[in-house]
Design a protein around this ligand. Structure first.
Ligand SMILES: Nc1ncnc2c1ncn2[C@@H]1O[C@H](COP(=O)(O)OP(=O)(O)OP(=O)(O)O)[C@@H](O)[C@H]1O
Ligand SMILES: [Mg+2]
Length: 456
């Protein structure tokens, strides 16, 4: 409890409010004492006025007047010559004298604290100013018990009140801290956790929306860091693959270049008409080498930007892919079709999904072309509460064993003549950037089915 932010606020608020209450308590208890004593003086003053009517009071009446005023005796100095005096027996010697007329705040506070600290019943003398110009001085003698118990009573009331106030304030602060700080902080923490689970998924990158400026700054910094990290992770994966690819590349290049060397050797040696015939081969070899190196280098450098997700009709994208691919189909008997519900909207980066589908459909078309007799490619889609599913089915020759073993691995999956082996690996990366998956559902000599799963 004390180790949570809101718990600390709760405890500290109670402590601070209680502390503040102590500072309020000390002067107010001293005020309370002064007021208590002034009230006694006032009552004593009224009692002593009975003497104005009758100079000689009966002892009974005098005793009653003093008892009513709750003092042992009163001296009221009316003017230089006249004094009104009521007296009774004092049970013990006067312990202390307080002059309220000249007491400083300090004296009053000290007097109050001393009274609270001293449990012994004492008799004290208090000198004050008579009320309403009733005289020049009044002096009373009284017992401290009543005063002390009234002060304790008052103190307990203040203590209860401050306990209630501090508990209430602390509760409010506790709730405020929970709502305005802990909750947004927890949101960021949850975000960090889910990001940590799949740091390559750019959709997990935090979108700053905290209203507290410090927290927002933290979110912005986090977003920047996550962008860099996600980018770096992709880059790192590519670099590792690039290293692998480059060694393969140099191996291939050596073969190609040795062909070139062989040909150029022959060209050098003779004026053979063969030169004319061989020259194009030389050019093809060289250009193949160039293509290979180029796409390898491109792969090493290009950084896929995070997807620009927006809502779009799926059939729009699919139809465009299908139209493009029909133009490439060499065999008249190849049918490229799609059946996507017109109202199916997806939240994706349209360009990236277009590239993914183009790769899948192109691979399918190439597999059909291998058959030579044509075939069909069909793109369909369905959705449920959590995801969209897009299927690409073809009637091509199916995946060769080697392609299947290294599916989605850059440069390794290709067994196609002229294929680089990047199509599926790039597609997978793009789909992952959407938090989705791409996988082979089935493949045999009658055809192949790939599926893309995109979370909603
Ligand atoms: N629908 C399919 N039917 C049969 N084989 C396929 C199909 N899709 C992919 N393949 C096989 O998987 C291999 C890898 O595909 P991928 O798209 O990654 O590379 P590629 O098509 O060879 O080259 P690139 O697309 O980079 O030009 C292909 O060479 C092909 O043999
Ligand atoms: Mg391909």
């Amino acid at each position: 409890m004390f180790n949570t932010l809101s718990g600390r606020f709760l405890v500290l608020t109670i402590v601070f409010v209680m502390l503040a209450e102590i500072f309020i308590f000390i002067p107010s208890i001293s005020r309370f004492r002064v007021e208590f004593l002034s009230a006694r003086i006032e009552r004593a003053q009224i009692a002593s006025l009975a003497l104005l009517a009758d100079d000689m009071l009966s002892p009974e009446l005098e005793k009653e007047l003093l008892e009513n005023a709750a003092v042992f005796n009163v001296v009221l100095r009316r003017n230089a010559t006249r004094e009104l005096v009521l007296t009774s027996k004092i049970p013990q010697p006067v312990h202390e004298t307080f002059d309220l007329r000249s007491a400083s705040t300090w004296d009053l506070i000290r007097g109050a604290l001393k009274r609270l600290a001293d449990p012994e019943p004492r008799v004290i003398r208090v000198i004050g100013q008579p009320r309403l110009r009733g005289g020049s001085l009044i002096e009373v003698t009284l017992q401290t018990q009543d005063l002390r118990s009234a002060m304790i009573n008052y103190g307990v009331r203040i203590f209860i009140l401050s306990a209630v106030i501090s508990a209430f304030t602390a509760l409010l602060l506790f709730l405020a801290v929970r709502i305005f700080m802990v909750r947004p902080i927890n949101r960021v923490i949850d975000h960090m956790k889910s990001y940590a689970l799949s740091p390559e998924d750019s959709r997990q990158i935090i979108k700053p929306h905290a209203k507290i400026s410090e927290l927002r700054e933290a979110e912005v910094a986090l977003q920047k860091m996550q962008n860099q990290l996600t980018g770096a992770l992709k880059q790192k994966r590519r670099l590792a693959q690039l290293g692998e690819a480059v060694s393969k590349l140099s191996h291939d290049l050596r073969n190609i270049l040795s062909t070139v060397q062989l040909l150029s050797d022959r060209m050098e040696n003779s004026e053979d008409p063969l030169v004319k015939k061989l020259a194009p081969k030389l050019i093809t070899s060289v250009s193949r080498a160039v293509t290979l190196t180029e796409s390898t280098l491109r792969f090493g450098k290009v950084q896929e930007p995070p997807p620009q997700i927006r809502k779009i009709g799926l059939c729009q994208i699919v139809e465009d892919v299908v139209l493009n691919e029909r133009m490439w189909a060499t065999n008249k008997n190849t049918i490229v079709s799609s059946s996507i519900p017109k109202d199916m909207n997806v939240r994706v980066d349209p360009d990236q999904l277009h590239r993914v589908l183009s790769n899948l459909v192109r691979n399918a078309r190439q597999a059909i072309d291998l058959r030579g007799t044509g075939g069909t490619i069909n793109v369909t889609a369905s959705e449920d509460l959590e995801q969209w599913l897009i299927d690409v089915v073809d009637t091509g020759l199916g995946l060769p064993e080697e392609a299947r073993a290294h599916l989605f691995e850059p440069f390794r999956g290709s067994v196609r003549k002229g294929g680089v082996g990047l199509g599926l690996s790039i597609s997978q990366e793009l789909v992952r950037g959407h938090g989705g998956k791409i996988y082979l559902v089935w493949s045999n000599q009658n055809g192949t089915k790939f599926q893309i799963k995109l979370p909603k």
